[in-house]
Write a protein that binds this ligand. Structure first.
Ligand code: ADP
Ligand code: MG
Length: 317
C-alpha cells in the first residue's frame, strides 16, 4: 500500500468552466467563467452567492452530475478526470433537491448507497449514522412516510455512508425549520470537529458568517471574493441607522457633516456607520446635542446585493 500524505486543499478548482448548451428557446448559458478556488483541508468553507450564481453547477461538476466544459477540478488531490474513483470516494454531497426512492426504507437506501460506493459489509455504519441524525426509530419506515425534515436528514446520512473526508451541503437549510436547522448545524460542526472538511452553499450572508471560517462569494459564475470570514466582515462592517425625529428635518445640521448621513424625503435621517469604530449611543448623543429628538429608530445591515456592489466597486477601484 502506498502512503499518501494529506493534501493541503480538500478541493482545488483551476479555470473551471461550464456552458450549458442552448435548448429550445433558451440560449446557451455560461454558468461558470473560469473559477479558481482552493478550499483548505479542515475548513468549514462557505460558497455564498445569490440564486443563479453557479454554486450548484460547481458542486454538480464535482459529483459528476454535470460535465464541465473546461478547466481542472481536484478532490482530495485527485483529478476528477484522471482519478474519478478516488475523487468520488473522497466526497459526499448532499444535493439541493431532495431526491429519494419512496419505496425504500432509510436502512435500505443507506445500504444501497454503501453498495454503490463499494463499502464492505463489515465496515458499514448504517445504524450508527441514522442514530446520529435522529432517524434511529425510522430505520424501517417507508421513505415516503418521512417528513420533509427527516428526508433532508436522510440525505445527509446517505452522503456519509463511505465516510468521506469532504462533505458538501448544497443549500441544506432552504425551506428547513429553525429547530432542524440548529440540529443540522450542530451535527455538521461535530463532523468538522472530527476532521471532516465541510463546504456549504447558501444565499444567506448571516448563515455563512455564523458557520464558516472562510467564505468565497460567487456572482454570475465568478469568484468575486475569497477570504477568512473575519476579514470579509471587516470589509462589510457597515450598518445604517435610520432615525425619525419628532420634528421632520429640512436639512442635515452642519455639525453632523462629518457623518455619512442622508436626508430622507420624510424628514428622517439615514446614517451609515462602521460597526468597528462607532457606537449607536455616540450617534444618538450627537443628534441630541443638535436638539434632534428621536421619535423612532431602526438599524439595517447590508444585504447580499450591497455586498456585491461594494465588492465589485473595490475590485474595480
Ligand atoms: P445556484 O446554485 O448558485 O443558484 P446554478 O448553478 O443552479 O446556480 O445555476 C447557474 C446558472 O446556470 C443559472 O443561470 C441557471 O439558470 C443555469 N443552469 C443551471 N442548470 C442548468 C441546466 N441544466 N441547463 C441550463 N441552464 C442551467
Ligand atoms: Mg443552487
Amino acid at each position: 500500500m502506498t502512503v499518501r500524505s494529506l493534501p493541503k486543499n480538500a478541493i482545488e478548482l483551476i479555470g473551471l468552466e461550464k456552458t450549458y448548451p442552448a435548448s429550445g428557446k433558451v440560449g446557451a448559458k455560461r454558468a461558470l467563467k473560469g473559477i479558481n478556488l482552493e478550499i483548505p483541508r479542515g475548513s468549514i468553507f462557505g460558497l455564498l452567492g445569490p440564486n443563479g450564481a453557479g454554486k450548484s453547477t460547481m458542486i454538480n461538476i464535482l459529483s459528476r452530475l454535470v460535465n464541465k466544459s473546461g478547466g481542472v477540478a481536484q478532490i482530495w488531490g485527485y483529478d476528477i478526470d484522471k482519478n474519478p474513483r478516488e475523487a468520488a470516494a473522497a466526497l459526499g454531497v448532499v444535493p439541493q433537491e431532495i431526491n429519494m426512492d419512496p419505496f425504500f426504507t432509510p436502512r435500505e437506501s443507506m445500504e444501497l448507497m454503501a453498495g454503490f460506493y463499494g463499502v464492505p459489509k463489515r465496515e458499514r455504519r448504517t445504524d450508527e449514522i441514522l442514530e446520529a441524525l435522529g432517524l434511529g426509530d425510522k430505520k424501517d419506515a417507508w421513505v415516503r412516510q418521512l417528513s420533509g425534515g427527516m428526508k433532508r436528514r436522510l440525505m445527509v446520512a446517505k452522503a456519509l455512508v463511505h465516510a468521506p473526508p469532504v462533505l458538501i451541503l448544497d443549500e441544506p437549510t432552504a425551506g428547513v425549520d429553525v429547530e432542524l436547522r440548529r440540529q443540522l448545524w450542530e451535527y455538521v460542526k461535530s463532523l468538522h470537529a472530527l476532521g471532516t472538511t465541510i463546504i456549504l452553499t447558501t444565499h444567506y450572508l448571516e448563515e455563512a458568517q455564523e458557520m464558516c471560517d472562510q467564505i468565497a462569494i460567487i456572482n454570475h459564475g465568478e469568484v468575486i471574493a475569497c477570504e477568512p470570514t473575519e476579514t470579509l466582515l471587516t470589509r462589510l462592517d457597515r450598518k445604517t441607522l435610520t432615525v425619525q425625529p419628532l420634528e421632520p428635518l429640512t436639512a442635515i445640521p452642519a455639525a453632523l457633516s462629518d457623518l455619512d448621513a442622508e436626508l430622507r424625503p420624510d424628514g428622517g435621517l439615514a446614517i451609515t456607520y462602521r460597526l468597528a469604530n462607532t457606537q449607536i449611543s455616540e450617534l444618538l448623543n450627537r443628534l441630541n446635542n443638535e436638539g434632534i429628538m428621536v421619535k423612532d429608530l431602526a438599524t439595517t445591515e447590508p444585504d447580499l446585493e450591497d455586498v456585491f456592489v461594494s465588492m465589485t466597486s473595490t475590485t474595480n477601484a
